[in-house]
Design a binder for this molecule. Sequence first.
Ligand SMILES: [Zn+2]
Length: 134
Amino acid sequence: MSEYLKPLPEADAASQPFWDGAMEGRLVLMKCSDCGQWRLPSRAHCDNCLSESFTWETASGGGTVRTFGVMWQKYQPGWAAETPYNVTIVELDEGPRLPTNVIGISNENIRVGMRVKVDFEKHEDVALPKFRPV
Ligand SMILES: [Zn+2]
């Protein structure tokens, strides 16, 4: 396998459960303890009720493509080999919208409204949540 040239995220204390879950193949999100609304890490307050109370919960991994763009410009060498690539907003079944990539399908076949399921791209120290059509 060739050297991986893209920047990889680094967990901090506030997002560590998200990344730990990803390494285990689980999409772990914050869930408000007061109103039950889910949110992406790491946000201090619930967008719905402003509560700071939450638990880490495993989401279903299912979602729907809400919008996407196809990047043709090679802004960073790490992406050169796979340009053009998609940047997609997946609305998770639990509600939050996650910026990601849809994989396992050509860009021209991606559709808004398409059902997708999380699939983790694993690296040595981090796993990235990507999505595949179902
Ligand atoms: Zn809430």
